[in-house]
Design a protein around this ligand. Structure first.
Ligand code: SF4
Ligand code: MG
Length: 327
């Protein structure tokens, strides 16, 4: 089946005083209809920037998509005009972010903000859009929807606001929702509720989800397929159960070791030693070498390519693959 979203060799660069920063450096990934793909990695690994690039939201004079291909439903997003992209966003392709407050207009009521895309994309009349907005508020699990429709953003809690953002995002029945850390700012109970809500909406509508998170608990809950990013690149990917059972890249292994296990008290939470490298100072070899307990000479000289390490799993590490075992 052809992928709904098909990203190939994406490059997103920023011009800085110290040189070109490759925030996204050759990322390829696919999301099929109805599927949930999670991009996971520490902050600064390029996962948000990958999403922003897809959405045409890399802005400013210093940043740009410098190469690659992004196809959505067979259409080339990188060659669309601003207007075409705008029409697509919020309709067939929607998004939610970590901070709902920053996406909402503080001086407009919730009902009005949900009704607006319905009027714009579906051409509903004012009354019809307002009625539908109230229904959507109910569908995302908010009680007293009429009253909430008349409220302003500052009157709602963080969890409620994220529900409102989801209502806006799904209002035009998108084929794909891109969610960047949608539960990170929320407390644990609310997080679980929001994830349940997303899953429920997916079951009803068949929408696909590209979920960006640093939280492996969220990945375990939600993902069909996982993309692990490090320093702007995909370092491992695979079907979720396989990847959790048998992570092959030392970085993925480290992430999994640092994940708290439910119901298990740990003396100390493991964290991967060292820091994410400055992307401007990356040398020729593996970007993870300075933090990797298995690093060999070769790792510092030559960059490992992403290569198959079994069925439906790939890793970029010299420990795997025929050539990698021995030099
Ligand atoms: Fe570690 Fe080498 Fe594999 Fe990089 S290529 S993750 S340094 S073993
Ligand atoms: Mg981010």
């Amino acid at each position: 089946m052809e992928a709904l979203l098909d990203i190939r060799e994406l490059q997103t660069h920023f011009q800085t005083e110290a040189g070109v920063l490759r925030a996204v450096d050759g990322v390829s990934l696919r999301v099929r209809e109805g599927e949930t793909v999670c991009i996971v990695g520490e902050s600064g690994c390029g996962k948000s920037m990958t999403a922003m690039s897809v959405l045409g939201l890399v802005e400013g004079p210093s940043g740009k998509v410098a190469g690659g291909e992004v196809r959505f439903g067979g259409r080339d997003l990188l060659r669309m005009s601003r207007h075409e992209l705008r029409t697509l966003r919020g309709h067939e392709l929607s998004m939610i972010f970590q901070e709902p407050m920053s996406s909402l207009n503080p001086v407009l009521t919730i009902g009005r903000q949900i009704a607006e895309p319905l009027r714009e994309h579906l051409r509903l009349g004012r009354k019809e859009a307002e009625r539908r907005a109230v229904e959507l508020i109910r569908e995302v699990g908010i009680s007293r929807p009429e009253q909430i429709a008349g409220a302003y953003p500052h009157e709602l809690s963080g969890g409620m606001l994220q529900r409102v953002m989801i209502a806006i995002a799904v209002s035009c029945k998108p084929k794909l929702l891109i969610a960047d850390e949608p539960t990170t700012a929320l407390d644990v109970t609310i997080q679980a509720q929001i994830l349940d809500l997303l899953r429920g909406l997916q079951e009803k509508s068949g929408m696909a989800l590209l979920l960006i998170t640093h939280d492996l608990g969220v990945v375990a809950e939600m993902a069909d397929y996982v993309i692990v990013m490090y320093a702007g690149k995909v370092v491992e990917e695979g079907e979720v159960e396989r990847l959790f059972r048998e992570p092959r890249h030392p970085y993925t292994q480290g992430l999994l070791r640092s994940k708290p296990v439910l119901g298990q008290v740990r003396e100390e939470l493991y964290s991967i030693p060292g820091q994410v490298p400055n992307p401007l100072e990356l040398g020729a070899g593996c970007a993870f070498a300075d933090r990797c307990e298995f690093a060999m000479d070769r790792c510092r000289r030559q960059e490992p390519p992403l290569a198959p390490v079994g069925s439906d799993q790939q890793a970029a590490c010299w420990l795997h693959g025929k050539e990698g075992q021995h030099e």
